[in-house]
Ligand binder design. Structure first.
Ligand code: NIG
Length: 391
């Protein structure tokens, strides 16, 4: 079965064959769930079915490489306190841990599905989510299992905080031993919150080494609440990404620029916590690989809107629209190791021949409208693995 999507006014492909990774008056052919052809509409081959984009813009579906969506409970009161002047200090994580432990599997799964549907409505086609609100062996394993039923990439975040009432040394043993072993067959990566109030340098090293010993990729939550070793450790250990990055030294930026570790910025979180915006402009100018993600979670960033993240990255972080779109698609794919084909998992985040056919059409003639019309629901139609799932 093949589909021709034609009449695309502006097509973002990220294909180096196309000047600036973009074409005008273009078309895409999808076949067997993959991109089979892209080019000028006038040259398009015939296909079994046809969709007319009527001059609208098309681009890869969003790749949201950082979310925490297996949770229960509500933290409106904490948000209100923050807006009244209190600062975010990660203490609220234990509030969500308590609610998550008390929830049934069905409640957690219903919540996850509801939040995923919201993300998909906004054009997201690949999404990573983390455990990290269970923090017992059984609760982390069930969080991972529930997530794995619904999302592309599941990350183990047992090292989110030491849960309330736990002995620190014993928890470190658990999270690098029995707990990690209980999820290792389900997750594709391990994350650690390397921050004052969470895990320090020595503890972070231990967690990254335990992941590496099991052949798992790693991510680091780093430099969110203050300067620290997060970036340095992520680069040293070859982590796929280091995320947050509100507090970077020039040395941190240079390290990222010289490494394959993706710098993931989370603009919605920076706004919601009233923390400094990550220096996305400086990171791009230095040559770092950049990703933009939502960090959707009930504490610091209760939105799964990649459109909002992209608009904020342009309006507040001073990226160009093209840079922000690339970071939210190809950059996110790289942050998940999904910019290359994996067994049974074709690459995502680009519209090149052989990539998974994940594509969104905007109700707009160009991607510029994502920032020009912030907050507007611009997603008109979405294809996921070649299937039209929205519009
Ligand atoms: O990425 N920083 C740590 N984890 C989440 C916050 C989780 C929470 O406060 O519930 C984050 O911002």
């Amino acid at each position: 079965m093949s589909t021709l999507i034609t009449g695309i006014g502006e097509l973002t492909t990220h294909d180096p064959e196309h000047p600036g990774g973009r074409l005008h008056d273009a078309a895409v052919v999808i076949e067997d769930g993959l991109v089979a052809w892209t080019g000028l509409a006038a040259d398009a081959p015939a296909a079994d079915e046809r969709y007319e984009a009527e001059g609208r813009a098309a681009l890869p579906g969003w790749v949201d490489s950082h979310t925490h969506l297996v949770f229960a409970g509500d933290r409106t009161a904490e948000f209100e306190a923050r807006m009244a002047g209190e600062s975010y200090a990660a203490g609220g994580i234990n509030v969500t841990v308590e609610a998550t432990r008390a929830a049934s599997d069905a409640e957690l799964e219903r919540g996850l599905i509801r939040h995923l549907e919201e993300a998909y409505d906004g054009g997201t086609t690949t999404l990573e989510t983390k455990t990290g609100y269970g923090l017992t062996v059984a609760d982390e394993r069930r969080s991972a299992l529930i997530a794995a039923r619904h999302v592309d990439e599941v990350t183990f975040l047992g090292a989110h905080v030491v849960p309330a009432g736990s002995d620190r040394a014993a928890y470190l043993d658990l999270v690098t031993g029995e707990m990690l072993d209980a999820v290792a067959d389900i997750v594709s990566a391990v994350d650690v919150f390397c921050e004052t109030g969470a895990f320090d340098e020595t503890e972070t090293r231990r967690i990254l080494e335990a992941a590496g010993a099991r052949g798992l990729a790693t991510h680091v939550h780093g430099n969110q609440l203050g300067h620290g070793p997060g970036v340095r450790l992520a680069v040293e250990y070859g982590s796929l990404s280091v995320d947050h990055l509100g507090f970077l030294t020039d040395a941190d930026v240079d390290l990222l620029a010289g490494s394959s570790t993706v710098a993931t910025v989370l603009p919605a979180c920076d706004l919601s916590t009233r923390m400094p915006l990550a220096p996305a402009r400086q990171l791009v100018d230095a040559g770092a690989h950049l990703a933009i993600a939502t960090n959707a979670n009930p504490g610091t960033s209760y939105t799964s809107s990649m459109g909002f993240a992209v608009a904020t990255a342009v309006l507040q972080m001073r990226l160009t629209v093209a840079e922000a779109v690339r970071a939210a698609t190809h950059g996110g794919a790289r942050a998940l190791g999904r910019h290359i084909d994996r067994p049974g998992k074709p690459r995502v985040g680009e519209l090149t021949v052989g990539a998974r056919a994940d594509l969104q059409i905007l109700d707009a003639p160009s991607v510029t409208h994502l920032a020009y019309r912030p907050g507007m629901p611009l997603t008109r139609a979405v294809w996921h693995a070649g299937l039209r799932v929205r519009g």
